[in-house]
Design a protein around this ligand. Sequence first.
Ligand code: MV4
Length: 451
Amino acid sequence: MFHKVLVANRGEIAVRIIRALREMGIKSVAVYSEADKDALHVMLADEAICIGPAPSTESYLNMEAIISAAVALGAEAIHPGFGFLSENAKFANLCQMCNIKFIGPSAEIIEKMGNKSEARNTMAKAGVPVIPGTKEPVFDAKTALRAAKKIGFPVIIKASSGGGGKGMRVAESADHFEELFNAAQLESIKGFSDDSMYIEKYIQNPRHIEFQILADSFGNVVHLGERDCSIQRRHQKVLEESPCEAIGDALRQKMGRTAIKAAKAVGYENAGTIEFLLDNGRKFYFMEMNTRIQVEHPVTEMVTDTDMIKEQIRIAAGERLSFTQKDVKITGHAIECRINAENPEKNFMPSPGLITDIHMPGGNGVRIDTHVYTDYRVPPNYDSMLLKLIVRGKDRSEAIAKMRSALGELVIEGIDTNIDFQYDIVNNKAFETGKISTDFIETYFPEYVKK
Ligand code: MV4
């Protein structure tokens, strides 16, 4: 096992990883920017080292500074968390060249799955259902239009290097298709320096269902069930739950086996997520693979009684998975609400600043993953997520009751938050009856959706 691990992240996930390391008897090294000198992850780690100024390009994305810190302090591995360098193939490769274990899959797999068009092809070849669409990337509007006509409208135009909704457009018909294509492509060139695009049939009001995978370096792969992440706003998840209300055991098994097949097809190692879209006819399609630990991993931990961060570290250290698929039991129901420093009344504008007071709920089945505390100043430089409120109940209805109670108790003073917005979501009738899809917020909270 490792003796010392560097955590190349900040915020609640850095805290989460440092705690797992301490439980495992592994020394932790925090890295921090000048804006984060008073951050909780810095206080909790065994050692901490400043890696640069506030802008993340000069600190949390500064590969040389992070690798140098690991070498200087003798860390044998780096946990990248999510965001920042977690899906950066160049960084994973740099770690390997410096003899530091990157806690995640190989640079080759990150690269392969980072190209969404290539990932689609790889999965299709492996017999994983993909959404009908182009088999080769397209680079110009005319070729794309021909492909779109073959697929049949509506279609969705996506950037090969995309994700997070950037470089994506829906085309209802051939009219304006070329304009939409060019706009999506321009966004992709600007955002990812890549003009490679692909076209898919557009699935109306799908559910976003993702399967959690764990794969060790001996080729053993298990899935830990799914998360329903359909409630999103501008491609940012707002609330996640496990299991998904809409799939029974038969479909769960089928999707789970498909997720394992997908992971095995690329020789996957470590924790990963297979994202599917589920259409109204209950057909499911591979959409993307995420090669990192995800924000919403706690809902899976709560219903499977696992510690996914510890599993990641064990796998990276070359240990075998200690359980098989038949040992995985999903019990109860978990929900996570992301609490952000933002103002829903002002188009979710970020609201950094001083937290003058905070009261956190607790009790049976209530978990909070956070880095904030009273008198903490939320810096304006990073993601606005403050806290993840996670509850687990014996079934969905108990979990909803717990979440309503916990959100009602949660108080954060000094800055604006989305606590009340989350409270309205969990008190919504459609949410209560499980009628959710990716258009949930537009449908039930149109006043919050800026046109
Ligand atoms: C789709 C789709 C419908 N049909 N692809 C959104 C982000 C990116 N990862 C892919 N996305 C979508 N791809 C086809 N062929 C609908 C979405 C989508 C979506 C997906 C999951 C959760 C929320 C969403 C919100 C809008 C669009």
